[in-house]
Ligand binder design. Sequence first.
Ligand SMILES: Cc1cc2nc3c(=O)[nH]c(=O)nc-3n(C[C@H](O)[C@H](O)[C@H](O)COP(=O)(O)OP(=O)(O)OC[C@H]3O[C@@H](n4cnc5c(N)ncnc54)[C@H](O)[C@@H]3O)c2cc1C
Length: 467
Amino acid sequence: MTSSTTPPNPPAGGSFWWTTGDPGPARLPARGRHVVDVAVIGGGFTGLWAAIRLLDADPSLRVAVLEADRVGWGASGRNGGFCEASLTHGLGNGQRHFGDEIELLEAEGRRNLAELAAFVADEGVDAELEATGTLLVATQPHELGELRAYAEASVRHGGSAVVLDRDEVQALQPSPRWLGGVRSGADQCVMVNPAKLAWGLAAAAERRGARVFEHSRVTSLRRRAGGVTVRVDGGAVLDADHVVVATSAYSAWLRRLTTLFVPVYDYVLMTEPLTAEQRAAIGWADRYGMSDSGNRFHYFRLSADDRILWGGYDAIYHPGNRVVPGQDLRPATFEVLARNFAATFPQLDGIRFTHRWGGAIDTTTRFSATFGDVLGGRVHYALGYTGLGVGASRWAAGVLRDKVLHPDAEQLRLRFVQSAPLPIPPEPLRTPVVNWMRDAVMGADANDGRRGLFLRAMDALGVGFDS
Ligand SMILES: Cc1cc2nc3c(=O)[nH]c(=O)nc-3n(C[C@H](O)[C@H](O)[C@H](O)COP(=O)(O)OP(=O)(O)OC[C@H]3O[C@@H](n4cnc5c(N)ncnc54)[C@H](O)[C@@H]3O)c2cc1C
């Protein structure tokens, strides 16, 4: 007998987005033996877009998606819903690591975002997509120059960005913290309800003929002549010509991926719906997604029912690469987030937070995705979006499609696709290195943005840790 006083784990760590719709009855787990052309492991954005893009390229393919829990249960159903054009975790990070390709990558990112929005409209996916763009705000004087430089670079690379002074930002949205900002358009970012997007993508994949299995955790991959044998918890076996691994921060199950990424937890608060008076007190008429611009930043936005989602700031690594449901709630971080929220929106004094949750982000040393192949080139992976994968995962799925169907495709020759990030050492070194990095980034924020010796040494190695 289970104790009636023990509450069940809420779905997707307690994510608000999971309460906004109905994921439908669970799909059946995989059973028995199947022969497929492509087995996709992971039912988040990367895996679902991979299934869709493979089937759009070749409708005759037999594609199976294997998801350990429910579709959208991972980061895809828990995130802030900022669907950004950038493929490189922002222009600055892209310039730092891929200066030679950034022009192309920025254009590809904008094209990808436009195609994603068109797909959502054409397929009738109810993802609450709002083409709002963003407002990035400075809260410290040294950030004003950085924002101006960012806006100039963005325009130079074909993006939209307008610098706003303190009064202009305050007129849009009053807060004692804002000193100035940059407003970017919907070519750079649209807002979505991420869980509804994931559920809609699963339905779109099924309409194209994909089989989606839930509660089907893959336990091992074994190479065999002409393909790979995929074993699923519960005994099912898939014989696949190709495998796409799309398990993001949960990828430690495939040992050879563990040096590529660190799972870092990000936490979120959601307020109750704002009253008409509260709504009027904060401006925010154009409903753009917002973030402040320190190395440790908050991101915040309105939901369709006018709540404020407020997340970010802390980035917590749990030793040993642990990603388990017990880490989805972190009271200490929620307290810090609530305190910072109160300082930002004093006019909302007394507002309640109705939802709090967390999830793991797949962080690489170059702060952007990495792509590769293992097991004789039959198993292809994409992971490492470092907290900016809502839009980039669709582009990454195009890379995965080409790895399976068009290995000569031009985009596979990009350095962004071919090169690997600097590896992260295993424990016992991993925990001190990750925490040292975090402390150095916090030190830069407390020091007018000046990067200390450690961060500058990391920059020189191409391990640029910033926002
Ligand atoms: C709190 C938070 C806020 C974020 N905010 C933003 C944002 O505003 N904008 C943005 O662009 N990005 C954001 N991100 C990042 C973004 O959510 C991710 O980059 C993106 O969702 C990654 O999608 P994915 O499909 O690669 O991974 P996931 O969505 O994590 O999917 C991986 C799936 O694999 C499944 N799985 C794991 N192991 C196995 C196995 N062995 N067998 C079968 N299935 C398995 C998991 O259950 C999971 O469903 C945020 C992330 C978090 C956690």
